[in-house]
Design a protein around this ligand. Structure first.
Ligand SMILES: NC(=O)c1ccc[n+]([C@@H]2O[C@H](COP(=O)([O-])OP(=O)(O)OC[C@H]3O[C@@H](n4cnc5c(N)ncnc54)[C@H](OP(=O)(O)O)[C@@H]3O)[C@@H](O)[C@H]2O)c1
Length: 290
């Protein structure tokens, strides 16, 4: 293992015309499968790993499975400013460009009853699942913006949706815990804000679905192939079902409003002083449909 940012270039290609993706937390589970699926599609793939040895091993394995693919590893701990900045420098210096950034790295944390959960239980979960994607997005956005079709993909969860977790027909409604679900709810909000703020970047939150991985002791009914499906769609499809989706289609971020919302045109849409209550950033109307 080395302590510097490392790359493994498993083919002779140093600059490509094929699209390039970086997947954080790509040494195991859904992230690894996503990296392999994109490699199979002919993408140049950066395997983000917080352990350089594991990253190089994963990149080599994927390259062996897909001999024509360009698979590289980059040291990247999403909780570490220096590591993330160095990873962005590495990708920039390699000249691959970046078309899809997949913020996949995530942790479940301790699953205990809400009344036994402490503030400390939130630290690692929020640090990885919420602050990690923000840190990584900040660092890679300049590279992403140079792409002709930039895609920012947040690997969220159905347990981050108020609508899904309150639907008794959904398995997600059976999970009762504080840090992990609320971290994914925060990530969903962050995703919708990036979508408003980044015209020209297609921003998606995706739910892999309940998938057998180390994260849940392999209790999920889905395979990692199924779990990676929506993420691969978010990276590579011409169009996506919506801002938040799983492999079956669009997912609701919130519950349906219980009463009609003010339209902004009549008296109901005005604040006490007669001023409009909603603010729509000017760029929203110019945003291209991606
Ligand atoms: N499995 C499910 O049912 C399910 C459902 C919905 C959403 N998700 C989401 O899907 C994503 C992937 O989960 P998974 O099930 O594939 O989990 P997993 O098998 O436990 O893999 C998690 C990956 O994240 C990496 N990681 C953790 N902390 C990191 C950090 N600080 N910096 C960089 N990488 C880090 C791990 O690297 P190490 O090997 O170094 O630990 C590992 O590669 C997560 O965001 C998770 O919340 C999963």
């Amino acid at each position: 293992m080395t302590d510097t940012n490392s790359t493994t270039n498993t083919t002779s290609t140093s600059s490509t015309t094929t699209p390039t993706a970086l997947v954080t937390g790509a040494t195991r589970g859904i992230g690894r499968e996503t990296a392999a699926r994109l490699a199979a599609l002919g993408w140049t793939v950066w395997v983000g790993a917080r352990d350089s040895e594991a990253g190089e091993k994963t990149a080599a394995e994927i390259a062996a499975e897909h001999p024509s693919a360009d698979v590289r590893s980059v040291l990247l701990d999403v909780t570490d400013d220096g590591s993330v900045a160095a990873a962005a420098d590495t990708v920039r210096a390699a000249g691959t460009g970046l078309d899809a950034l997949v913020n996949n790295a995530g942790v479940a944390g301790r699953l205990v009853a809400p009344e036994e959960t402490t503030a400390a239980d939130f630290v690692q979960v929020y640090g990885t699942n919420v602050l990690g994607p923000v840190r990584v997005t900040n660092a890679f956005l300049p590279l992403l913006r140079d792409s002709a079709a930039p895609r920012l993909v947040m690997v969220s969860s159905g347990v981050g949706s108020f609508a899904v977790t309150t639907d008794p027909d959904r398995v997600e409604s059976t999970l009762v815990g504080l840090p992990y679900p609320s971290s994914k709810a925060a990530l969903n909000m962050i995703t919708t804000m990036y979508a408003k703020a980044l015209p020209g970047v297609r921003v998606s939150a995706v739910d892999p679905g309940y998938t057998a991985t180390d994260l849940n002791g392999h209790s999920g009914p889905q395979s990692v192939a199924e779990g990676a499906e929506a993420i691969v769609t978010a990276c590579s499809a011409e169009t996506v079902p919506g801002p938040f989706f799983d492999r079956h289609g669009v997912l609701p971020l919130v519950t349906r409003p219980l009463r009609p919302r003010p339209t902004g045109r009549g008296p109901g849409g005005r604040g006490p002083g007669g001023t409009a209550r909603s603010f729509k950033p000017a760029h929203q109307s110019r945003r291209p449909k991606l």
